[in-house]
Design a protein around this ligand. Structure first.
Ligand SMILES: NC(=O)c1ccc[n+]([C@@H]2O[C@H](COP(=O)([O-])OP(=O)(O)OC[C@H]3O[C@@H](n4cnc5c(N)ncnc54)[C@H](O)[C@@H]3O)[C@@H](O)[C@H]2O)c1
Length: 329
């Protein structure tokens, strides 16, 4: 088992990491699940005395304030006080909404993330960003708040559908492209099905943790993590508005292709990245840029009406705050 120390909490990674789940000191314990993590993951948790199970419907379309009401109501009806804790057992949706609800319930109760998707293990559970979607705008309402701990057991991936595994892999590819040339080499040279998940998750989690420790509130270096996400979020919002949501990682893969095109890279690097993604992962149709503009204009990172991109200036290197006008896209 590996322990990564973050600002005021630890991230445990490995087959025995669930032994670090200790909630005995809390007055009440709730476990947030969706229908899939209830079925495939809940039984794998160590015994907890009389937990309240809060189930919400799965999927991005439910990462909204209406679903928050279900969670806040359950906590209220079960008389959760400030000494109680919420365990978020699931993917990035459960982690984001569970952390958001815990951090706002009675001005904040403790929460623990137990991520069960690759995306949540390698990325979403680390860094304290919590949010819900609002009026088809991704992560529009949220805050920064850290969990008490993050417990990552890669065995949860055994039941994860392959498209979800691929979606999570987009964030791993992003981590490699923005700051780890060796990881990019491993990814490129190893067939997807042969990748060693525990090792990949550990490298990815360490890399993200290093960045957020340097810049917890996204004033500088942390913005590198937005590579692929400016276009990626716009594409996700486009599909969300159409009523046919795509997976987050699919949006990020398409976003990375579009943002590679406007990056400061040699043509051979651009082709290497685009060809790798296109050859290995079937992606939905990429909407024309004109259709994405209204979402790009609402991006939280924009400055003086310009769209703010984190772009590559080499494989394994990233520069932040590239401000582009609509016409420059
Ligand atoms: N907070 C952050 O820093 C951050 C970073 C990246 C992404 N995100 C957010 O993460 C979300 C996407 O997360 P996700 O890709 O994990 O999606 P998700 O939470 O929707 O999970 C994907 C699907 O897999 C199912 N599932 C989860 N674990 C399973 C398991 N072990 N076995 C079987 N089924 C399982 C879920 O029920 C769901 O249907 C987005 O909302 C995105 O905005 C947040």
């Amino acid at each position: 088992m590996k322990k990564i120390v973050s600002s005021n909490y630890s991230i445990w990674i490995g087959e025995n990491s669930l032994s670090e789940l200790n909630v005995k000191s809390y007055s009440k314990v709730a476990i947030l699940v969706d229908e899939n993590t209830k079925k495939d993951c809940l039984y794998k948790l160590p015994n907890i005395e009389k937990p309240i199970i809060i189930e919400i419907p799965s999927g991005e379309r439910n990462k909204n304030i209406t679903t928050c009401n279900i969670i806040w109501e359950e906590l209220t009806n079960n008389e959760f006080d400030r000494d109680s804790i919420l365990i978020n057992l699931g993917g990035g949706v459960i982690g984001d909404i569970g952390g958001f609800c815990a951090s706002t319930y009675k001005r904040g109760i403790d929460f623990i993330h137990i991520p069960t998707t690759l995306l949540a293990m390698a990325d979403a559970s680390i860094g304290g960003k919590l949010a819900v979607d609002f009026n088809n705008l991704k992560n529009h309402i949220g805050l920064f708040s850290n969990p008490k701990s993050v417990i990552i057991d890669p065995n949860f991936l055994d039941t994860l559908p392959e498209n979800q595994l691929i979606s999570g892999f987009a964030e791993v590819v992003k981590h490699a492209l923005i700051s780890d040339k060796n990881l990019w080499k491993t990814i490129k040279e190893t067939p997807f099905k042969k990748l060693a998940w525990e090792k990949i998750i550990t490298i990815s989690a360490e890399l993200k943790n290093r960045i957020i420790l340097n810049d917890p509130k996204e004033k500088g270096e942390r913005k590198k993590l937005n590579f692929g996400h400016t276009f990626g979020h716009a594409i996700e919002s486009y599909y969300l508005e159409k009523g046919t949501p795509i997976l987050h990682g699919e949006g990020v893969f398409m976003g990375m292709i579009l943002e590679t095109e406007i990056s400061i890279l040699s043509n051979s690097d651009k082709n290497e990245i685009k060809n790798y993604i296109l050859a290995n992962f079937g992606l939905p149709y990429t909407p024309p840029k004109a259709e994405l503009l209204k979402f790009l204009k609402n991006d939280k990172k924009n400055k003086s009406k310009k769209i703010n991109f984190s772009l590559l200036n080499g494989i394994g290197r990233c520069i932040i705050d590239n401000l582009l006008t609509e016409n420059e896209l």
